[in-house]
Design a protein around this ligand. Sequence first.
Ligand SMILES: Nc1ccccc1C(=O)C[C@H](N)C(=O)O
Ligand SMILES: [Zn+2]
Ligand SMILES: [Zn+2]
Length: 207
Amino acid sequence: MTLIDISRRLENGMPVWPGDTNFSFQLSWTKEESGSVNVGKLTLSTHTGTHIDAPFHFDENGKRVIDLDPNLYVGIAKVIELIEVDCIKKSDLEAFRFDGVERLLIKTNSWKNDSVFPERIPHIEKDAAEFLHEKGVKLVGVDVPSVDPLDSKELEAHHALHHAGIHILESIDLRNVTPGEYELIALPLPLSDADGSPVRAVLRKLV
Ligand SMILES: Nc1ccccc1C(=O)C[C@H](N)C(=O)O
Ligand SMILES: [Zn+2]
Ligand SMILES: [Zn+2]
């Protein structure tokens, strides 16, 4: 069956979190120089493009990427639409059924021009994190670069989700995805010490 790619393209000049490391791919050796091969070199933040946050990103004692269970990032996921909401709160989520839903992907369509970093994004409210925990959700994915407001220092949503045992996937691209149930694959790289990791996130439609 065909895969729907929900990853943002990693390329020079792509938007990154303000002040964070720019993404760069360069050849450190060209085939001409080496006589045999092109060899590339990447420079990037762990929060580049579609990525997961490890709890260490916002908690000194939190798990690093290598400690995360890969099973979290592979399996059935429900995609819901909350188009252009200001924030994602419990009362918005109560309209949906979450029986047995462990992975929830929220399409807000609020990042219109993805060639520039957004100025404003919807964040997740604390009561939504608690509600999703009660429903048994273990992973939440959003189509924007953060689950908190862009200027947040407290990172209330990151902490509330962590407290609720919910892992975070950010900057997925759900423009070509209609609500429903899918299989998600969004595996982090096996980075030993990292606080986050880019992922190649794909969906497979369930029949
Ligand atoms: N890259 C950064 C640089 C500086 C300050 C925050 C960030 C973030 O990444 C925060 C965002 N909540 C994130 O998890 O992706
Ligand atoms: Zn992040
Ligand atoms: Zn984050």
